[in-house]
Design a protein around this ligand. Structure first.
Ligand code: MG
Ligand code: FE
Length: 176
C-alpha cells in the first residue's frame, strides 16, 4: 500500500465518523434480525443459543462504537440510525431463495456477518490511516466476534440443512 501522506485529516476523520455511525446502524439492524428469529427457532437450539450469545456481543459492539464516537467529540445521543437499503436487499435475497425460514435466515445471517466483517475491516483501516489509535483495539475485538459468528454459521449450514430436510420428511413445520 502506498503511504497516504497527502490526504487531509478532515477527510479521513469524516469518513471514519460516518463509518462508525453506519456501523452502529448495522448493529441495530443485527439486533432486530436476531430478535425476529429467536422466538421462532426452538427446534434449532444450537442456533438459538449462538444467536443469544451474539446478541450480547452485538450490544457490546454498539457500546464500543459509542465510546469511539464520544472520544471524537461526536455524541452518540445524536445518532440517527437509519434503515439501510442493503439490509432490505439481503432480506429480499433470502425471500427469493427456495426453502424454509430456517434456511433463508441462515443464509441471510451468514451474509450479514460478512457485511459486518467488511465494515469493521474498513473502519480499522480508516482508524490507522487517521491516527485514531485508541479505536483500533476495540474495532478489532468486534471484528473477531463477527468472524467467529460467520465461521460458526458456515460450519453449521450442513447440519441445519440436514435437520431441516429430516423435519420436512416427517411433515413437521419449522415451529413444531
Ligand atoms: Mg455486529
Ligand atoms: Fe454480527
Amino acid at each position: 500500500m502506498q503511504s497516504q501522506g497527502s490526504m487531509s485529516n478532515e477527510t479521513v476523520r469524516d469518513f471514519f465518523v460516518v463509518g462508525l455511525r453506519n456501523a452502529h446502524a448495522v448493529e441495530n439492524e443485527a439486533l432486530t434480525l436476531i430478535d425476529r428469529q429467536l422466538g421462532r427457532i426452538e427446534n434449532y437450539p444450537d442456533m438459538a443459543q449462538r444467536l443469544r450469545e451474539h446478541r450480547n456481543e452485538t450490544e457490546e459492539q454498539q457500546r464500543r462504537l459509542e465510546t469511539i464516537l464520544e472520544s471524537l467529540g461526536e455524541s452518540h445521543s445524536t445518532l440517527k440510525d437509519t434503515a439501510l437499503s442493503l439490509m432490505g436487499n439481503m432480506a429480499a435475497m433470502g425471500n427469493a431463495m427456495a426453502g424454509d425460514e430456517i434456511i433463508k435466515n441462515t443464509f441471510a445471517n451468514f451474509a450479514f456477518e460478512n457485511f459486518e466483517i467488511a465494515s469493521y475491516r474498513s473502519l480499522i483501516a480508516a482508524a490507522e490511516q487517521g491516527g485514531f489509535t485508541q479505536a483500533v483495539a476495540p474495532l478489532q475485538a468486534s471484528l473477531r466476534e463477527e468472524q467467529h459468528m460467520a465461521s460458526w454459521i458456515e460450519q453449521n449450514i450442513p447440519s441445519i440443512t440436514q435437520r431441516h430436510i429430516v423435519r420436512e420428511d416427517r411433515g413437521m413445520t419449522a415451529k413444531r
